[in-house]
Ligand binder design. Structure first.
Ligand code: MN
Ligand code: MN
Length: 312
């Protein structure tokens, strides 16, 4: 009998039954006593194209019911080392994005009053800004591994400073990240001009476009990032649209020629040993993928991130 919370086993309760928590872990009212807190941010009002990410957390939790606790490939057994629970959803204000952003920071400030790693299920990518505000309050400016088809560094969208295409410009302006330790990986697609990707290079970010990664293993890139991060705190923000829409069609702003699932898993697995202080998996829009495969992929990528957290 472990002293840590365990996901409900498929041999004790059928996988199609039981609680709709991440991996059918126990629910908790708050993060007290936890090492890892799974949190849903059911928001899509920061989206600029297809909506639906408000249903992301519910679908990721549903697909996570298939996950078993032991990682056969890496031999990680996260639930033998970390006390994990699902602490539910942030009560966003679905009629007001700015208020939602305030509510998210308020929620994460309370979570981070405890010594806990938040694992966030999105939700559109706007949420990375309010989460990083809380993370930086606790840990100082963090290294960032941002995996995405898009740079998300727009100045404005329809005159608004806050939207799902602006979080990393705002986070940079607010000093929430240590710019030389920021990697943007998987960027591609059409743009408005070279500045779309090059501006962030001017800030010191490392930008790795998708085409530089085509048909390649990402293990080497992960090793390079790991070496550069040192022991300082790192946040991972994983937009599911970094994956090719063949694998992840259920997302708001799909772009062709993206990463493959094995590449995404190689990248994450190569980060074992990095001082990860928080992770998110965003932009899963279940209405655009009735197979559930996008949410299944999202659930598995969160699990892989869990398997490389410090202490596992
Ligand atoms: Mn994004
Ligand atoms: Mn994106």
């Amino acid at each position: 009998m472990s002293r840590f919370n365990q996901p409900l086993s498929g041999n004790d309760m059928p996988r199609f039954a039981g609680p709709n928590t991440f991996m059918r872990l126990p629910s908790a009212a708050d993060a007290a006593g936890l090492d890892v807190a799974f949190i849903g941010v059911p928001m899509d009002i920061g989206t600029s194209w297809r909506p639906g990410t408000r249903f992301g957390p519910k679908a990721i939790r549903a697909e996570s019911a298939m996950l078993r606790p032991y990682n056969m490939a890496t031999r990680a057994a996260p639930f033998e080392h970390l006390h994990c629970a699902d602490i539910g959803d942030v009560a966003i204000n679905t009629f007001d994005l700015k208020d939602s952003v305030r509510r998210i920071t308020g929620f994460y400030d309370e979570v981070l009053a405890h010594d806990v790693i938040p694992m966030t299920m999105g939700g559109d990518h706007t949420l990375a800004l309010p989460v990083l505000r809380s993370i930086a309050k606790k840990h100082g400016p963090v290294g960032l591994i941002h995996v995405d088809a898009h740079a998300d560094i727009n100045q404005h969208m329809f005159g608004e400073e806050i939207a799902h295409g602006t979080p990393f410009r705002r986070a940079y302006e607010e000093g929430l990240m240590d710019a030389p330790r920021v990697w943007q990986i998987g960027l591609r697609g059409t743009g408005y001009g070279a500045d779309d990707f090059d501006t962030a290079r001017g800030w010191g970010f490392h930008v790795v476009e998708a085409e530089k990664l085509w048909l390649k293993s990402l293990t080497g890139l992960a090793g390079e990032i790991k070496a550069a991060m040192g022991d300082a705190p790192v946040y991972i923000s994983f937009d599911i649209d970094s994956l090719d829409p063949a694998y992840a069609p259920g997302t708001g702003t799909p772009e062709i020629c993206g990463l493959t699932p094995p590449q995404a898993v190689e990248l994450i697995r190569g980060l074992a040993g990095v001082n990860i202080v928080g992770c998110d998996l965003v932009e899963v829009s279940p209405p655009y993928d009735t197979t559930g495969n996008t949410a299944l992929l999202g659930a598995n990528l969160l699990y892989e991130m869990l398997c490389v957290l410090p202490g596992v």
